[in-house]
Design a protein around this ligand. Structure first.
Ligand code: GLN
Length: 527
């Protein structure tokens, strides 16, 4: 029997609903249940693919090529279960489906309305047709937003229809007022009232707080909000997001949820491997600094890369300190000084001209100073351009993305992209196969010659130059078996110089850190 968990948030945004949803998923999974976690975002965009990272943070890509919210990255990192395009839904997608159906004539002359047509489409997606024990649906935004209303109405109806097969979890905030030295529960009470006025009685409350909440505060919230005491848990700020599942379990959140479903609670979840990870995380002492060279000065813009570096560091028994270096500020005159404190450099993905010359200068410095360097997507393309300019002696070498008239377009628009006019969802997206060259460093790192990795790009290595690169020491060691597209370049005669056209950061999970990040950090930690 399929059961449904709805996670909403109140009071303020950025409380970490994604982490709580991922933690609940992890705990249920560790109890042996099959689960899926999906995100409903109330904005009108069809997907976040066309959004500026400053608006939205990183765009996460699923194996089947959907550009999604970064919370899906948390879901995958926590549970190791791959999500698909069905796990990321926006108001825009809901409306598009309904409007397409209307144009097709499916509604047989009816007036199309938010209730029931939009809410029915939301419900259909919440219910899902795959076969899992628990579907966790996280609703983006904050209760009370105009945009959230249809989602709340869908939850209200489903709770009514499904009875004890649906549980509502509401995440709120308990602020601490320094001047009064008091923790305040009023915002939580108001937020629950808002839920109640939408017809939803939350079954479980998760209180985000910076200070430990006493039992009497939990008691107060429980009695003012009609929620059982054992169903009021707190989520204090913790040094690491990966401690959240364990903290939730300690307070019995997973057991409380199961009781709400009238499911026997049974044995505690098997979190052995997770605890092992936490132990490594706690005991890692040595710090290593990695320079993250990108143009978005915002933590969330490179979320999966940051987490992948941290996970790989943990398993390598080091603490990775990420020094963000804005590529726009890098010049030939200061590159030495900018990179003087780091033991390795990661050149970030990206789009457009801004900041790329700084990336190229950073690549040149790392290449000529034998400093470990990892280039991802645009980062790999910058490695290729730098090599063309400074080793192959094509000073005007560039990507056609930045300069469409350069005679040396070592990075060029992919053939299939030449006819594309719509920008949304039209890149080369999702997982593609790649064959590694036997004897290469990457073949050694992966321990296999056949891999599959996720992509998000329009431009590619120009195969016209392949031989020239190989003769001069940059090897194309990963190639798509179907179309010959170069997926990985490496310089064997260097401590660690690898660029990937794909995004390995999307595939790194807590229990299975990505081999390329593992190897990179291993090299960076030497010395
Ligand atoms: N802008 C480059 C391209 O479209 C790289 C994209 C990326 O880094 N994700 O090919």
């Amino acid at each position: 029997m399929k059961r449904y968990i709805f996670v909403t948030g109140g009071v303020v945004s950025s409380l970490g609903k994604g982490i709580i949803s991922a933690s609940i998923g992890k705990l249920l999974q560790a109890r042996g249940y099959s689960i899926t976690i999906q995100k409903f975002d109330p904005y009108i965009n069809i997907d976040p693919g066309t959004l500026n990272p400053y608006e939205h943070g990183e765009c996460y890509v699923t194996v089947d090529g959907m550009e999604t919210d970064l919370d899906l990255g948390h879901y995958e990192r926590f549970t190791g279960i791959q999500t698909t395009r069905n796990n990321s839904i926006t108001t825009g997608r809901i409306y598009k489906t309904v409007i397409d159906k209307e144009r097709h004539g499916d509604y047989l002359g009816k007036t199309i309305q938010v209730v029931p047509h939009i809410t029915d489409e939301i419900k259909r997606r919440m219910l899902r047709d795959d076969d899992v024990d628990f579907v966790i649906s996280e609703i983006g935004g904050t209760i009370g937003d105009i945009e959230s209303a249809p989602f709340l109405e869908a939850i209200r109806q489903l709770k009514w229809e499904l009875g004890d097969r649906a549980v509502s979890i509401h995440l709120t905030y308990v602020p601490y007022l320094k001047a009064a030295d008091e923790l305040k529960t009023k915002p939580t009470q108001h937020s629950v009232k808002e839920m109640q006025s939408a017809g939803i009685q939350p079954d479980v409350l998760v209180l985000r707080t910076e200070k430990h909440l006493s039992d009497s505060i939990r008691q107060k919230v429980a009695s003012f909000c009609n929620v059982e005491l054992e169903c009021v848990v707190q989520s204090e700020d913790l040094p690491s997001i990966y401690e959240v599942p364990v903290n939730m379990q300690r307070q019995g959140l997973d057991a409380a949820i199961l009781r709400k479903f009238n499911v026997p609670v049974g044995e505690a979840p098997d979190m052995k491997a997770w605890h092992h990870f936490l132990e490594l995380q706690e005991t890692a002492q040595k710090e290593v600094h990695v320079g993250l060279v990108g143009k978005y000065d915002l933590q969330d813009a490179y979320k999966s890369i940051r987490e992948s570096l941290h996970l790989a560091g943990t398993y390598n028994h080091v603490k990775v300190k990420i020094d963000f270096i804005n590529s726009e500020t890098i010049s030939e005159a200061n590159v030495e000084e900018k990179l003087s404190q780091v033991s390795g450099v990661l050149i970030c993905p990206g789009f457009g001209q801004r900041g790329i010359e700084g990336k190229i200068i950073a690549v040149q410095h790392a290449r000529t100073h034998n400093l470990p360097i990892f280039g991802i997507c645009l980062g790999m393309q910058m490695m290729v351009i730098e090599f063309a300019r400074n080793v192959l002696h094509y000073p005007d070498a560039n990507s056609a993305e930045m300069d469409s008239t350069t005679p040396h377009n070592v990075i060029d628009l992919m053939e299939e992209q030449k006819t594309v006019t719509n920008m949304g969802g039209t890149m080369r997206l999702g997982a593609y196969d790649c064959t590694l060259r036997a004897g290469s460093r990457v073949a050694d790192i992966y321990g296999t010659l056949q891999i599959s990795e996720r992509h998000r790009h329009r431009y590619e290595f120009n195969n016209r130059y392949k031989e020239e690169y190989e003769q001069h020491g940059m090897q194309c060691v990963g190639v798509n078996p179907d179309n010959g597209l170069v997926e990985i370049v490496e310089i064997p005669d260097h401590r660690w110089f690898i660029g990937t056209q794909f995004h390995p950061e999307y595939a790194s999970t807590v229990l299975q850190p990505h081999p390329l990040f593992m190897s990179f950090i291993q090299e960076v930690s030497k010395q």
